[in-house]
Design a protein. Structure first.
Length: 389
């Protein structure tokens, strides 16, 4: 899958299809996208949670990049969502940071930025990420300061986050944000603060994109409770491997996390409340995540393929969340799909997603990632069409 990360912005995840025409104004790069979903959900015939729809608006986003050529860099992205089923808008920053990069000193960034944890930028290949994203451990963004340095085959990432990325425009109490964090919702009053991240990787992947990457990540932070005025804590760790050979790529990751909260008497200690996209839900407070992702860049050997496509990638992503509580059922997440980098402004994900006890692939949104309830396997066919500029 060929993606273009404009100058100075690869670490920001500001990537677009290889053909995207970004507008350059001096040191600034301006861009954006509009995306829609064409979809079919298995559970909609049995649930009134959402009206049945064949197509729906996904998001509009606006991108700004900065590269002065003297080491000063920056990036920001704002997103807007509209939900037909609830007739409401929500909008928030995906990221917003300024930084300085130097070959000898490394890269320093300050602002809302991706947390250096596990496989980056993503542990999966599809539009739906892996299940780690939905518990705040993949493509997570928080407010803080980071430093990254590469020395030979080794890369070290160190970051301190003052807080999560914050609550922005929406109708929820605290969940108008891009990535999943503990939120002040559903009777809980917890918030993330003082988080430390350490990530180190060894990589033999060279300019030919072939090789092996191995990495270890650690995360620890405080959880402030507004009612008790005491701090709990959370811990997470991950080991990962990425292998690339010619057109193949394999990504593996094992993750463990644990939340220990200082909640008022009577509050459950086996669940936490997380929120994003203007909706909160319950998540198991202690769990393990196992993920495997495979992809293959299909050779464009036919005339019609080279006429219409810049690249075609097929992939299979599997992940499972197992929970320490014996009363909770595991949550499963599997996506088989393809990504089409179409000549012109379009990029398309075509996914067949299957899930069990999965908040986003099934009718049980509120506690599928906590108790689960031994739900059935559900499926969602989803085609995400994006126009990038």
């Amino acid at each position: 899958m060929r993606l273009l990360c404009v100058s100075g912005l690869a670490l920001a995840g500001l990537c677009a299809p290889a053909h995207a025409q970004l507008v350059e104004i001096g040191p600034l790069d301006l861009g954006g996208a509009i995306r829609v979903n064409v979809l079919d959900k298995s559970w909609e015939t049995r649930s009134n949670r959402f009206p049945r729809a064949d197509a729906e608006f996904d998001t509009a986003r606006f991108d700004l990049g900065l590269d002065t050529g003297t080491g000063l860099i920056g990036s920001a992205q704002w997103r807007v969502y509209y939900y037909d089923e609830t007739e409401r808008f929500t909008s928030f920053p995906h990221h917003a940071w300024l930084g300085f990069e130097n070959e000898r000193l490394g890269t320093v960034k300050a602002g809302i930025q991706q947390v250096p944890f596990g496989l980056t930028p993503y542990a999966a290949n599809s539009y739906f990420f892996s299940i780690a994203y939905y518990v705040g451990l993949e493509d997570d963004y928080d407010l803080g300061l980071s430093w990254s340095q590469r020395q030979g085959d080794w890369t070290l990432d160190l970051a301190y986050f003052l807080a999560d990325e914050g609550d922005w425009a929406g109708e929820s109490q605290d969940s108008a944000r891009y990535s999943y964090d503990l939120v002040d919702e559903l009777g809980r009053t917890d918030s993330e603060t003082g988080q430390l991240n350490l990530r180190t990787t060894w990589s033999s992947i060279g300019e030919d994109s072939n090789g092996l990457e191995l990495g270890v990540s650690l995360q620890a932070g405080l959880i402030a409770n507004e009612v008790t005025d005491d701090d709990g804590h959370h811990l997470a760790g991950a080991v990962h491997a990425r292998w690339r050979h010619d057109r193949f790529e394999a990504k593996l990751q094992a993750t463990a996390y644990d939340y220990a909260l200082e909640s008022p008497p009577g509050a459950r200690d086996d669940v936490v409340v997380m929120g994003a996209y203007d909706f909160p839900y319950e998540v198991a407070a202690d769990g393990r995540i196992w993920s495997a992702a495979l992809s293959y860049d299909v050779p464009l050997t036919r005339n019609w393929m080279t006429r219409w496509l810049d690249s075609l990638t097929v992939y299979e992503d599997f992940s499972v969340l197992t929970k320490s509580s014996g009363d909770f059922d595991a949550s499963y997440h599997n996506v088989l799909g393809a990504a089409f980098d179409v000549k012109g402004p379009f990029f398309i994900y075509a996914d067949f997603a299957a899930g069990k006890n999965n908040a986003w692939i099934g009718p049980n949104f509120s506690d599928a990632l906590a108790g689960g309830g031994a739900g059935e396997w559900e499926r969602r066919i989803n085609i995400n069409i994006g126009a990038y500029f």
